[in-house]
Write a protein that binds this ligand. Structure first.
Ligand code: UTP
Length: 275
């Protein structure tokens, strides 16, 4: 039912300068795998094999990553190094990739709107690859949300509890509990100060969106920071219909920040590379 997954990846990644001066933030590796590859794996696990990436200037290596590199592959053919490419080859064979550019960085809402031409008139997943989500105990976060979408057929945002002094970094929701981990959204504020936050439930970089969101974004004026905020468009959708917030199972690392990136690196290294 959900086939497409959109990856807004046009941001400048200024917190990682100078690394991101000519390299996309989404190509930064957690150990030896780029962030975007973790995200595509998660989308595929959720049944979304049509990968739509919103890129910008200087992001061409994203396209190269999801393509063959004949020279390299020829060079290492038959050696022990070949197996290092097994996972990415399987991923490339299992997905289709399409790209569009966001020509001006006008915010996440605008980046999602730029993906309309790739997504069309169907529900879709959204992954912000700099949020790395890992659920060691089972199903990935996007697959959890896809299962929920089958039941409720409306937009869903993934949320987690954050300390009060961090709410100003996120979109924050409040609403009615449908169950322990599902909330019907009634209020949503982008990057509130602690005293204006409606709760401590912060939206992270995983969404399922219904296609009417595009029209709502088109009608959304620039908000916080002068950017077109997806949170503002989602708030309208919540008022007109239904938006759910889902307390996902698993861990989330904020790899858009230096601390989160290091934490994720240590976690993945310990998990996969130490015995
Ligand atoms: P961030 O604000 O975390 O990313 O946007 P950034 O701007 O690249 O990072 P810093 O703050 O300068 O270090 C969240 C996600 O939305 C995308 C980013 O690529 C990132 O995946 N985004 C944001 C866009 O694609 N376009 C935009 O105009 C803004």
């Amino acid at each position: 039912m959900l086939k497409k997954c959109l990856f807004p990846a046009a941001g400048y990644g200024t917190r990682f300068l100078p690394a991101t001066k000519s390299m996309p933030k989404e190509m930064m590796p957690i150990v030896s795998k780029p962030l975007i590859e973790y995200g595509v794996e998660e989308a595929l696990e959720g049944g979304m094999a049509d990968i739509c990436i919103v890129t910008g200037r200087g992001k061409r290596s994203l396209e190269d990553h999801f393509d063959s590199n004949f020279e390299l592959e020829h060079q290492i053919a038959g050696t022990s190094k070949e197996e290092l490419l097994t996972d990415i080859r399987t991923l490339i064979d299992s997905c289709t990739f399409s790209y569009t550019r966001q020509r001006e960085m006008k915010g996440l809402g605008h980046a999602i709107l730029s993906g309309k031409t790739l997504v069309g008139d169907q529900p879709f997943g959204v992954v912000l690859a700099d949020d790395l989500c890992i659920n060691e105990d089972g199903t990935g976060v996007l697959a959890q949300m896809a299962a929920l979408y089958k039941q409720f057929r409306c937009s869903i945002v993934a949320v987690m509890e954050v300390p009060e002094d961090e709410v100003h970094k996120y979109g924050v929701i409040a609403g009615q509990n449908i169950s322990d981990d599902i909330i019907r959204v009634e209020n949503m504020v982008e990057k509130p100060t602690a005293d204006k936050a409606p709760s401590n439930l912060a939206i992270i970089g995983r969404y399922i969106l219904t296609p009417d969101i595009f029209e709502l974004i088109e009608k959304t004026e620039p908000g916080k920071g002068g950017e077109i905020q997806i949170t503002d468009a989602l708030m309208k959708q919540a008022q007109q219909g239904c938006v759910l917030a889902y307390k996902f199972k698993g861990k989330r690392f904020d790899c858009g920040s230096i601390e989160g990136f290091i934490e994720a690196t240590n976690y993945c290294y310990e998990k996969n590379h130490t015995s």
